[in-house]
Design a protein around this ligand. Structure first.
Ligand SMILES: NC(=O)c1ccc[n+]([C@@H]2O[C@H](COP(=O)([O-])OP(=O)(O)OC[C@H]3O[C@@H](n4cnc5c(N)ncnc54)[C@H](O)[C@@H]3O)[C@@H](O)[C@H]2O)c1
Length: 347
């Protein structure tokens, strides 16, 4: 079988810890080149994986014969890099949040269609085994109608994750990140919850604040470090979505779905990642494999899915349209905070 020739944009943490590692293990991939504005980082990663190193993604695209790119750079670069690559005839796997505005995201989707290329977004939560199991349980109908939910993603902040390993990370610069915990973690849960419950979120009410995270000079960072949001679906299911960078001393990546016939808990028990408590006090416990944490990255399956879609000519399930729906939820949360009002989610 012909190998998919891949280029990587950005050689930071998600590139090194997920996409390069996972594509390097995929027998159907040839890792061709990597670019990073930090030349030494690109060179070091390139050497480790037998790739060519570039500082400029446009030069990489001009000089290398590749089929696909994986965009692993700060948020503000997602749209320009993806659009440029799609126009150059490459399939694109872009990290989340897919863009910093819905206009940009729509242009990415349009460009993919116009050029007959795939655009996939790195919403890996739906591929995690506990979430796949939960979806199967919900779809079986044994819990009846979904009534309410809560979904949370919180940890101590990205400064110990980002390759910068400091408070100087781009995650804390509004002009590069556009949004803080809400865009980093909240968008994951926005994607997960609409996928799990199988309905679109139509309205939100949110508090999005900066409570605690400070730069070296003691000033609060200029993006949010906490967001607490209420979401409502078209059919009336209500629930909460929480994103935080100030959960010190442990990560919370859990979701609870409250249904007519019982409660589905995901990610709160180390042995049984999915537990169903029925209203007659019986329970089903499932050991299906863990949820990745910043410290312990499990295989995400994201790049394998992308490669599989390319090889089989199948539109990726986690498409640009899906990424846009998650992005629109967080944009509505920001609008709700800004205007102190309930905001409609653009559909
Ligand atoms: N899906 C997930 O679970 C997940 C997890 C973490 C990060 N991410 C996303 O991945 C993206 C990257 O995050 P990260 O954690 O790897 O950040 P990082 O800070 O560790 O790495 C970013 C890299 O991009 C490079 N870069 C910046 N500008 C560039 C340019 N113009 N050209 C080439 N390279 C450039 C930086 O030098 C750095 O090496 C972000 O959008 C983030 O939201 C996704």
């Amino acid at each position: 079988m012909k190998k998919v020739r891949v280029g990587i944009f950005g050689a930071g943490s998600i590139a090194q810890k997920r996409h390069i590692r996972e594509t390097a293990e995929n027998p159907n991939v040839e890792l061709v080149a990597v670019c990073d504005i930090v030349k030494e980082r690109a060179e070091q990663v390139a050497k480790q994986y037998g790739m060519k190193a570039y500082e400029d993604y446009k030069e990489l695209l001009a000089k290398e014969n590749i089929d696909a790119v994986i965009v692993c750079t700060p948020n503000y670069l997602h749209a320009p890099m993806s659009i440029y690559s799609l126009k150059a005839g490459k399939h694109v796997l872009c990290e989340k949040p897919m863009a910093i505005s819905s206009l940009e995201a729509e242009e990415m989707i349009r460009t993919a269609k116009e050029n007959g290329k795939f655009l996939m977004i790195g919403h890996n939560q739906r591929l995690m085994k506990p979430h796949v199991k939960a979806k199967e349980i919900l779809e079986s109908g044994k819990l009846g109608k979904i009534l309410t939910f809560r979904t949370t993603f919180g940890h101590g902040g990205p400064e110990s994750w980002s390759v910068a390993q400091s408070l100087k990370t781009w995650f804390f610069k509004k002009e590069e990140a556009f949004v803080g915990a809400m865009g980093d973690l909240g968008v994951h849960k926005a994607d997960l919850i609409r996928w799990l419950i199988g309905e679109e979120i139509s309205e939100v009410a949110a508090f999005v604040s900066t409570l605690d995270k400070k730069y070296d000079n003691g000033q609060l960072i200029n993006v949010d470090d906490n967001a607490t949001c209420i979401l409502k679906t078209k059919s009336g299911i209500i629930g909460s979505l929480i994103a935080s960078w100030t959960y010190k001393g442990g990560e919370d990546n859990g979701t609870i779905i409250y249904c007519e016939k019982g409660v589905l808990k995901i990610g709160y028990d180390p042995e049984f990642q999915v537990i169903v408590n029925y209203k007659d006090d019986t329970r089903d416990c499932y050991n299906v494999g863990g949820i990745s944490t910043n410290l312990k990255q499990l295989n995400s399956g994201v790049s394998d899915l992308f490669i599989d879609c390319i090889l089989n000519g199948r539109e990726p399930e986690i498409s640009g349209d899906e990424g846009l729906k998650a992005l629109n939820i967080i944009l509505a949360c920001l609008e709700s905070q800004e205007k102190s009002t309930v905001a409609k989610v653009k559909q």
